[in-house]
Write a protein that binds this ligand. Structure first.
Ligand code: L9D
Ligand code: CA
Length: 871
């Protein structure tokens, strides 16, 4: 057959005949089930047009209950005439979470798992002469496919590339779990010499037997040809054959590290030995590197101690969900690399090939995992699907030298322990969890004995007690002391305990992090206030511990990016805001703390106030407000200037220095200067400043007064909408302003009907009122409320939003201003709990200051914010 083709053709191409192209454009989409759509004659004219990458869940950025169900995609395809007689393969890089594929009305296959690829030979179903229809039924609701639980959105859709590949009848196998059909290892590797072993799967889709030649060629990192080897292979009709080849020793190989990502190219050619024609072709990169993890001494790369400086990465981007293009994945990689990271935890699921390619080429070690999270259900099929996804991930990404470990469970006891309280209830869950872990560990080692296994645990010793920690090579700990509970030092204490009790367990801090919201700032930051400053303090505490504790192999910060988690409330509903960069990939100030700590090769000097451009402060008399200005840097000392005037020069400690700067003027220009290798380095930015008077006497109120207070909070809050800053609360003292009695209260539940949620999430409860010692005049007073007390008896459990029923609404009070009742029996929760309510009053001819009183009638009185404006 082959000979015939050759003799018929006028020119014999020396190039391979493999052709690959994306078919990302021209799809039709319907967001509901429509079984009839499988049929080739189905009319999809009224479906919407989309191209892939695509997801149908963009509403997850605004709604908790995003659509989980079935959707359909359809597309028409004409096979190029040059593909006649070839084998044609369809590859879906990722479809979440399950796909059934129909070609011309026939079901050709299905795939389970939303984060790994699948490939099908579509040749028997395709027509070469007419239009083909492709219909794909996608389901992101299935509970038998991981993930079934987790703090992120399970976006549905065909959200990575779709490919068609055409190859001659003889080719590298494309249908081994969507892998390349070529598996490369380096069985010998040292500074002196290394070898490359190649296992190829060759397939003969013709009926006749053939003799082929398999040729490998190896090229040095600089592109120079190194060596070549050949092997003759006989294949029967329909046979798939595995061929092993090993290179001659390569002396003094250039070793791969994240800093020196030397890649050796392996070119694989399948040729016709008679004509010399290259029938199929495939190119891969590999590298010489070796590593080990030690329980006491940490991680070693190529024999040298090496700290894993990492981040975890989720793959979505607001507002486009997971439908990222390759260049967006590459952009994320470059941001991590720029920051100085040398390690990535690809969490919690396999990610785009584009990312792995960058890890190899530009240098970053990687941990990749499958999404088995929170609990192991007893759903039939679940374990099979986990194992299948694990094997797919390993085969598909096997040839990436950047990957050093595979993972398969995250915080698997978290929901287990929350849901099942007694030992008796937990027993069967623990048993199946252990059984699945053992099963996955076995599969992992069968697939790849050159890499290590790992799991990530939450901070509970039960992983040791239950025996889970014995299963994998490495243990990962997700530690949040000082965030979800405990204090910052709990972090190092936990690590020390683990080291004391399990000194031989190599350990990585697989997560740590704290949330931050650009709108919130504090001079007295605390856990869970979502101020940028608390996130900074938290990370400034954790990073030195990671760096300086030798037995800690490294850490991966949670998370690199503010990511989508539809179920989350907190200050930015639907977003987990622990990122070092915002969802739009703008770096937070704290990104530069990491860069300052990790980069030595470039000067880093960053005034950490990009996130805090709208500054405000309470001014005592004529004394300018002194506010801290932080600089992150890797330089030894820094000078700070305001509007060109030197404010001071200070030595740097822990990659930062803080100046107390008296703020004057409305738009001061801050600049910093340091020296890097005898060359001056600068940074500068303009900020806005508004002072708020402490004493509200006539002298201070000269011009306009707009005094907005974030009642019940230690934080400044700047509204995204108006840029108005609400200053932190304070107790009343004579001549000034502040609250009268009560105590602070807060909620993490989303506040409805306002873009300024955080303002309402903090409040003062049980206060008598609020007082401003203002001079005589006319004023406007605005009061902000949200009833966060679901009902008086269950105040400690915030069960979610109110339903608008007023029956159990029991918090009611009179609002009085200067002795007059302005709102009798005000019931802030009347229209629903967790809803913003704003009341504005004009107060004329005040005589003796302004006093707002809240007189309880039933339940509690409370206040979230207050604003005073002079008319
Ligand atoms: C966990 C934390 C993370 C969450 C992760 C998880 C968090 N609870 O997003 O998925 O592994 O931010 O709360 O450790
Ligand atoms: Ca408040």
């Amino acid at each position: 057959m082959l000979l015939m083709v050759v003799s018929m053709g006028s020119v014999v191409s020396a190039y391979a005949q493999r052709e690959s192209k994306t078919i990302n454009d021209g799809w039709k989409f319907l967001r509901k089930d429509c079984p009839a759509a499988a049929d080739s004659a189905f009319n999809d004219n009224d479906w919407i047009s989309v191209h892939v990458p695509h997801t149908w869940n963009l509403e997850a950025y605004t709604e908790k209950n995003y659509y989980r169900g079935i959707s359909w995609y359809r597309k028409c395809l004409v096979v190029p005439s040059t593909w006649t007689g070839k084998q044609i393969f369809l590859k879906l890089d990722a479809v979440s979470k399950a796909a059934v594929i129909f070609v011309n009305g026939k079901k050709i296959g299905e795939h389970i798992g939303g984060y790994t690829a699948c490939t099908f030979n579509v040749t028997p179903y395709f027509s070469e002469s007419s239009v083909n229809t492709l219909a794909i039924r996608v389901d992101n609701a299935r509970q038998d496919i991981p993930p079934i639980s987790g703090d992120f959105t399970f976006f549905g859709g065909i959200y990575r590339d779709v490919w068609l590949t055409a190859v001659p009848a003889q080719h590298f196998n494309l249908t081994n779990q969507a892998s390349a059909g070529i598996f490369i290892t380096t069985p010998v590797v040292s500074a002196e010499q290394g070898t490359i072993a190649i296992k190829s799967e060759i397939k003969n889709d013709a009926l006749e037997k053939v003799t082929m030649e398999l040729i490998y060629s190896i090229y040095r990192p600089d592109g120079a040809f190194l060596q070549k080897g050949k092997k003759k292979v006989q294949l029967k009709g329909g046979e798939t054959r595995v061929v092993q080849q090993e290179s001659e020793p390569i002396l003094q190989p250039q070793l791969w590290t994240p800093e020196t990502p030397y890649l050796y190219k392996v070119k694989m050619e399948l040729t016709n030995p008679v004509t010399g024609e290259v029938v199929d072709y495939s190119e891969h990169y590999t590298a010489f590197r070796w590593y080990r993890f030690d329980g006491k001494e940490g991680f070693f790369l190529n024999g040298k101690p090496y700290k894993l400086r990492g981040v975890c990465r989720h793959q979505d981007q607001k507002p486009i969900g997971v439908a990222l293009t390759d260049e967006m994945h590459r952009r994320d990689f470059l941001l991590m690399k720029e920051m100085g990271a040398n390690f990535i935890r690809i969490s919690h699921y396999p990610q785009d090939d584009a990312l792995l390619e960058m890890c190899d080429k530009l240098g970053m070690l990687a941990w990749e995992e499958i999404p088995v999270i929170d609990i192991v259900p007893d759903t039939p099929g679940y374990g099979d699907h986990c194992e299948r996804n694990l094997r797919e991930m390993i085969r598909q990404h096997y040839n990436h030298p950047s990957i050093i470990m595979w993972g398969y469970m995250n915080e698997i006891l978290l929901v287990t322990q929350r849901r099942y309280k007694t030992e008796e209830e937990q027993k069967p869950v623990l048993e199946r969890t252990l059984a699945l872990a053992e099963r996955l560990e076995k599969a992992l080692k069968e697939e790849d004995d050159t890499r290590l296994s790992t799991m990530a645990f939450h901070g509970s010793n039960s992983y040791n007690e239950v025996g889970l920690s014995r299963i994998t090579d490495i243990v990962g700990w997700n530690l949040y002391s000082g965030w979800y509970g405990g204090d910052l030092t709990g972090f190092e204490h936990y690590l020390a305990e683990q080291q004391r009790d399990y000194p031989d367990h190599p350990l990585i801090v697989s997560e740590y992090g704290a949330g931050s919201d650009k709108r919130l700032h504090s001079l007295q930051p605390r856990a869970f206030d979502f101020s940028s400053e608390y996130q900074q303090i938290y990370l400034e505490h954790y990073l030195p511990v990671l760096e300086e504790t030798p037995y800690v192999c490294g850490g991966t910060h949670w998370n690199f990016i503010d990511f989508s988690s539809a179920l989350r409330d907190e200050s930015m509903p639907r977003i987990n805001n622990k990122g070092l960069v915002y969802a739009d990939r703008t770096p937070k100030d704290v990104y530069f703390y990491y860069q300052a700590a990790w980069r030595k090769d470039i000067p880093v000097l960053h005034i950490a106030s990009r996130d805090w451009k709208y500054r405000s402060g309470v001014q005592q008399g004529d004394v300018p407000v002194a506010l801290p200005v932080k600089v992150y840097t890797n330089l030894p000392e820094v000078e700070l200037f305001m509007d060109g005037k030197l404010m001071g020069k200070k030595p740097v400690e822990n990659h930062q220095v803080v100046f107390d700067v008296p703020f004057v003027g409305k738009t001061p220009y801050l600049s910093a200067r340091g020296n890097y290798q005898d060359t001056p380095v600068y940074d500068g930015l303009r900020v806005h400043f508004t002072s708020v008077p402490m004493n509200l006497n006539r002298h201070n109120l000269g011009g306009a007064l707009e005094l907005a207070v974030n009642v019940g909070s230690n934080c400044f809050f700047t509204s995204d909408e108006s840029q108005l800053t609400w200053v932190p609360d304070q107790p009343y003292v004579k001549g000034s302003w502040g609250y009268l009695g009560g105590k602070e209260q807060n909620t993490q539940t989303e506040i409805m009907l306002t873009p300024d949620g955080p303002l309402y999430q903090t409040l003062r409860e049980g206060l008598d009122g609020y007082r401003f010692d203002v001079p005589e005049g006319n004023y406007e007073v605005e009061l902000l409320f949200a009833d966060i007390y679901r009902s008086i008896t269950s105040a400690a459990y915030l069960l979610g939003k109110g339903n608008g029923e007023s029956s159990e609404c029991s918090n009611s009070f009179d609002i009085c201003i200067n002795g007059r009742v302005v709102e009798p029996a005000f019931t802030p929760g009347r229209d629903g709990y967790f809803q913003a309510v704003k009341k504005r009053y004009v107060v004329q001819h005040t005589q003796d200051g302004l006093e707002i009183k809240l007189n309880p009638l039933q339940g509690k009185c409370f206040l979230s914010g207050i604003k005073l404006r002079k008319l």
